[in-house]
Design a protein around this ligand. Structure first.
Ligand SMILES: *Cc1c(COP(=O)(O)O)cnc(C)c1O
Length: 244
Protein backbone atom coordinates (compact mmCIF):
# COMPACT_ATOMS: atom_id res chain seq x y z
CA UNK A 1 0.00 0.00 0.00
CA UNK A 2 1.22 3.52 -0.77
CA UNK A 3 2.19 5.89 2.03
CA UNK A 4 -0.74 8.11 1.13
CA UNK A 5 -3.19 5.21 1.35
CA UNK A 6 -1.83 4.04 4.70
CA UNK A 7 -1.92 7.57 6.12
CA UNK A 8 -5.49 8.00 4.91
CA UNK A 9 -6.55 4.71 6.50
CA UNK A 10 -4.82 5.63 9.73
CA UNK A 11 -6.73 8.92 9.91
CA UNK A 12 -9.99 7.08 9.19
CA UNK A 13 -9.17 4.72 12.04
CA UNK A 14 -8.39 7.58 14.43
CA UNK A 15 -11.64 9.29 13.41
CA UNK A 16 -13.60 6.09 14.18
CA UNK A 17 -11.83 5.70 17.52
CA UNK A 18 -12.51 9.32 18.48
CA UNK A 19 -16.17 8.89 17.53
CA UNK A 20 -16.49 5.72 19.62
CA UNK A 21 -14.79 7.39 22.58
CA UNK A 22 -17.37 10.16 22.35
CA UNK A 23 -20.27 7.72 21.98
CA UNK A 24 -20.92 8.98 18.46
CA UNK A 25 -21.59 7.26 15.16
CA UNK A 26 -18.58 7.79 12.85
CA UNK A 27 -21.01 7.83 9.92
CA UNK A 28 -22.08 11.29 11.14
CA UNK A 29 -18.57 12.69 10.70
CA UNK A 30 -17.34 13.77 7.28
CA UNK A 31 -13.60 13.49 6.71
CA UNK A 32 -12.47 16.23 4.34
CA UNK A 33 -9.07 15.52 2.82
CA UNK A 34 -7.61 19.03 2.54
CA UNK A 35 -5.82 18.71 -0.79
CA UNK A 36 -4.74 22.35 -1.17
CA UNK A 37 -1.34 22.73 -2.91
CA UNK A 38 -1.35 19.08 -4.08
CA UNK A 39 -1.66 18.27 -7.80
CA UNK A 40 -4.57 16.43 -9.37
CA UNK A 41 -2.79 13.05 -9.60
CA UNK A 42 -2.29 13.05 -5.81
CA UNK A 43 -6.02 13.66 -5.38
CA UNK A 44 -6.72 10.75 -7.70
CA UNK A 45 -4.51 8.56 -5.48
CA UNK A 46 -6.38 9.78 -2.38
CA UNK A 47 -9.68 8.93 -4.08
CA UNK A 48 -8.35 5.43 -4.80
CA UNK A 49 -7.49 5.12 -1.09
CA UNK A 50 -11.07 6.00 -0.19
CA UNK A 51 -11.21 9.80 0.06
CA UNK A 52 -14.57 11.16 -1.09
CA UNK A 53 -14.29 14.76 0.15
CA UNK A 54 -11.64 17.24 -0.96
CA UNK A 55 -10.94 20.63 0.63
CA UNK A 56 -9.42 23.52 -1.32
CA UNK A 57 -8.58 27.09 -0.31
CA UNK A 58 -7.57 28.70 -3.64
CA UNK A 59 -10.20 29.29 -6.29
CA UNK A 60 -7.83 28.59 -9.21
CA UNK A 61 -6.81 25.27 -7.64
CA UNK A 62 -10.43 24.26 -7.13
CA UNK A 63 -11.28 25.07 -10.74
CA UNK A 64 -8.15 23.44 -12.20
CA UNK A 65 -8.31 20.21 -10.23
CA UNK A 66 -12.04 19.75 -10.54
CA UNK A 67 -11.82 20.35 -14.29
CA UNK A 68 -8.78 18.08 -14.72
CA UNK A 69 -10.31 15.21 -12.74
CA UNK A 70 -13.89 15.85 -13.85
CA UNK A 71 -14.70 12.75 -15.87
CA UNK A 72 -12.24 10.38 -14.19
CA UNK A 73 -14.46 9.45 -11.21
CA UNK A 74 -17.24 6.88 -11.43
CA UNK A 75 -20.42 8.90 -12.14
CA UNK A 76 -22.26 7.15 -9.31
CA UNK A 77 -19.56 7.92 -6.73
CA UNK A 78 -18.05 11.36 -7.39
CA UNK A 79 -16.15 13.20 -4.66
CA UNK A 80 -17.58 16.28 -2.95
CA UNK A 81 -15.58 19.50 -3.31
CA UNK A 82 -15.37 21.73 -0.23
CA UNK A 83 -14.11 25.30 -0.35
CA UNK A 84 -12.78 25.96 3.14
CA UNK A 85 -11.31 29.48 3.15
CA UNK A 86 -12.89 32.97 3.25
CA UNK A 87 -13.43 34.60 -0.16
CA UNK A 88 -12.66 37.97 -1.72
CA UNK A 89 -15.48 39.47 -3.79
CA UNK A 90 -13.84 38.74 -7.14
CA UNK A 91 -13.47 35.03 -6.23
CA UNK A 92 -17.09 34.19 -5.52
CA UNK A 93 -17.92 33.22 -9.12
CA UNK A 94 -15.53 30.26 -9.06
CA UNK A 95 -17.07 28.95 -5.85
CA UNK A 96 -20.58 29.43 -7.23
CA UNK A 97 -19.49 27.40 -10.27
CA UNK A 98 -17.22 24.71 -8.81
CA UNK A 99 -17.74 24.15 -5.07
CA UNK A 100 -20.26 21.73 -3.56
CA UNK A 101 -20.00 23.15 -0.04
CA UNK A 102 -18.57 26.45 1.22
CA UNK A 103 -17.27 26.54 4.80
CA UNK A 104 -16.30 30.13 5.42
CA UNK A 105 -19.03 32.76 5.01
CA UNK A 106 -17.44 35.61 6.98
CA UNK A 107 -19.21 38.63 5.44
CA UNK A 108 -22.76 39.16 4.21
CA UNK A 109 -21.42 40.94 1.14
CA UNK A 110 -19.82 37.66 0.03
CA UNK A 111 -22.99 35.71 0.75
CA UNK A 112 -25.04 38.17 -1.33
CA UNK A 113 -22.75 37.83 -4.33
CA UNK A 114 -22.80 34.04 -4.05
CA UNK A 115 -26.59 34.05 -3.81
CA UNK A 116 -26.92 36.13 -6.97
CA UNK A 117 -24.40 34.06 -8.93
CA UNK A 118 -25.95 30.78 -7.80
CA UNK A 119 -29.31 32.02 -8.98
CA UNK A 120 -27.85 32.73 -12.42
CA UNK A 121 -26.44 29.18 -12.42
CA UNK A 122 -29.66 27.64 -11.15
CA UNK A 123 -27.64 26.01 -8.34
CA UNK A 124 -27.79 25.99 -4.58
CA UNK A 125 -24.86 25.74 -2.20
CA UNK A 126 -24.67 24.43 1.37
CA UNK A 127 -22.72 26.94 3.49
CA UNK A 128 -21.23 27.29 6.94
CA UNK A 129 -21.00 30.55 8.88
CA UNK A 130 -17.46 31.11 10.11
CA UNK A 131 -17.25 32.32 13.71
CA UNK A 132 -14.25 33.68 15.57
CA UNK A 133 -14.53 32.18 19.06
CA UNK A 134 -10.92 32.62 20.16
CA UNK A 135 -10.90 36.39 19.62
CA UNK A 136 -7.53 36.19 17.87
CA UNK A 137 -7.17 39.21 15.59
CA UNK A 138 -5.63 37.05 12.87
CA UNK A 139 -8.72 34.84 12.62
CA UNK A 140 -11.51 35.54 10.19
CA UNK A 141 -15.15 34.93 11.00
CA UNK A 142 -17.90 36.86 12.74
CA UNK A 143 -16.74 38.00 16.19
CA UNK A 144 -18.20 35.67 18.81
CA UNK A 145 -15.42 35.53 21.38
CA UNK A 146 -17.71 36.86 24.12
CA UNK A 147 -21.02 35.54 22.87
CA UNK A 148 -22.06 34.09 26.22
CA UNK A 149 -22.01 37.44 28.06
CA UNK A 150 -22.17 39.95 25.22
CA UNK A 151 -25.75 40.21 23.95
CA UNK A 152 -24.61 42.51 21.12
CA UNK A 153 -22.50 39.70 19.66
CA UNK A 154 -25.42 37.29 19.92
CA UNK A 155 -27.85 39.73 18.31
CA UNK A 156 -25.43 40.45 15.47
CA UNK A 157 -24.94 36.77 14.79
CA UNK A 158 -28.67 36.14 14.95
CA UNK A 159 -29.32 38.87 12.37
CA UNK A 160 -26.58 37.60 10.09
CA UNK A 161 -27.78 34.01 10.38
CA UNK A 162 -31.37 35.05 9.65
CA UNK A 163 -30.30 37.10 6.63
CA UNK A 164 -28.27 34.17 5.35
CA UNK A 165 -31.17 31.78 5.85
CA UNK A 166 -33.37 34.06 3.75
CA UNK A 167 -30.96 34.29 0.80
CA UNK A 168 -31.99 32.25 -2.23
CA UNK A 169 -29.54 29.54 -3.21
CA UNK A 170 -27.71 29.39 0.11
CA UNK A 171 -28.40 26.46 2.41
CA UNK A 172 -27.02 27.08 5.91
CA UNK A 173 -25.48 24.00 7.49
CA UNK A 174 -23.99 25.25 10.74
CA UNK A 175 -20.89 26.91 12.15
CA UNK A 176 -17.24 26.66 11.19
CA UNK A 177 -14.35 27.67 13.42
CA UNK A 178 -10.57 27.49 13.71
CA UNK A 179 -8.74 26.86 16.99
CA UNK A 180 -5.81 29.12 17.88
CA UNK A 181 -2.43 27.91 16.58
CA UNK A 182 -0.35 26.00 19.07
CA UNK A 183 -2.70 26.66 22.00
CA UNK A 184 -2.82 24.22 24.93
CA UNK A 185 -5.21 21.28 24.56
CA UNK A 186 -7.59 22.61 27.21
CA UNK A 187 -7.88 25.94 25.40
CA UNK A 188 -8.49 24.30 22.03
CA UNK A 189 -11.10 21.98 23.48
CA UNK A 190 -12.85 24.91 25.13
CA UNK A 191 -13.02 26.77 21.80
CA UNK A 192 -14.69 23.74 20.22
CA UNK A 193 -17.08 23.30 23.17
CA UNK A 194 -18.09 26.97 23.02
CA UNK A 195 -18.70 26.69 19.28
CA UNK A 196 -20.98 23.71 19.87
CA UNK A 197 -22.88 25.64 22.57
CA UNK A 198 -23.22 28.62 20.25
CA UNK A 199 -24.67 26.39 17.55
CA UNK A 200 -27.24 25.10 20.07
CA UNK A 201 -28.18 28.68 20.89
CA UNK A 202 -28.45 29.53 17.19
CA UNK A 203 -30.79 26.59 16.62
CA UNK A 204 -33.34 28.24 18.90
CA UNK A 205 -32.56 31.85 17.88
CA UNK A 206 -32.97 31.16 14.15
CA UNK A 207 -35.34 28.22 13.88
CA UNK A 208 -36.51 26.47 10.70
CA UNK A 209 -32.93 26.44 9.43
CA UNK A 210 -30.23 23.83 9.89
CA UNK A 211 -27.45 24.91 12.25
CA UNK A 212 -26.62 21.46 13.54
CA UNK A 213 -23.37 20.87 11.64
CA UNK A 214 -19.99 21.86 13.01
CA UNK A 215 -16.96 22.23 10.76
CA UNK A 216 -13.99 22.17 13.12
CA UNK A 217 -10.78 20.24 13.70
CA UNK A 218 -7.65 19.89 11.58
CA UNK A 219 -4.52 17.68 11.65
CA UNK A 220 -3.48 18.72 15.16
CA UNK A 221 -6.87 18.79 16.84
CA UNK A 222 -9.50 16.79 14.94
CA UNK A 223 -9.95 14.24 17.73
CA UNK A 224 -10.68 17.01 20.27
CA UNK A 225 -13.14 18.51 17.78
CA UNK A 226 -14.91 15.15 17.42
CA UNK A 227 -15.14 14.89 21.22
CA UNK A 228 -16.95 18.25 21.11
CA UNK A 229 -19.34 17.36 18.31
CA UNK A 230 -17.58 18.14 15.01
CA UNK A 231 -19.51 16.78 12.02
CA UNK A 232 -16.91 17.92 9.43
CA UNK A 233 -13.18 17.65 10.10
CA UNK A 234 -10.70 19.22 7.68
CA UNK A 235 -7.45 17.25 7.65
CA UNK A 236 -4.58 18.09 5.33
CA UNK A 237 -1.03 17.37 6.51
CA UNK A 238 -1.84 14.13 8.33
CA UNK A 239 -3.13 12.67 5.06
CA UNK A 240 -0.98 14.26 2.35
CA UNK A 241 2.21 15.10 4.28
CA UNK A 242 3.62 18.59 4.85
CA UNK A 243 2.91 21.14 2.18
CA UNK A 244 5.90 22.51 0.28
C1 LIG B 1 -5.16 24.14 5.52
C2 LIG B 1 -6.46 24.13 6.23
C3 LIG B 1 -6.87 22.99 6.93
C4 LIG B 1 -6.04 21.74 7.07
O1 LIG B 1 -4.91 21.99 7.89
P1 LIG B 1 -3.92 20.80 8.30
O2 LIG B 1 -3.19 21.37 9.45
O3 LIG B 1 -3.05 20.55 7.10
O4 LIG B 1 -4.73 19.62 8.64
C5 LIG B 1 -8.13 23.03 7.53
N1 LIG B 1 -8.91 24.12 7.46
C6 LIG B 1 -8.55 25.22 6.79
C7 LIG B 1 -9.47 26.39 6.76
C8 LIG B 1 -7.31 25.27 6.16
O5 LIG B 1 -6.94 26.37 5.50
Amino acid sequence: MSDLASRFHMIQERLHQAAHNAGRDPANITLIAVSKTWPADILAAAYAAGARHFGENRTHELEEKRTALGQSFPPDDPPTWHYIAPLQSRQTGTVADYADIFHAVDRLKIAKRLSRQLKENGRSLPVFLEVNISGEGSKSGFPCHQWEKNSQQRENLQKIAQTLADMPGLQPQGLMTMAPWGAPVTTVRQIFARTRELSLWLQTAVPHTTWTNLSMGMTDDFELAIAEGATHVRVGRAIFGSRH
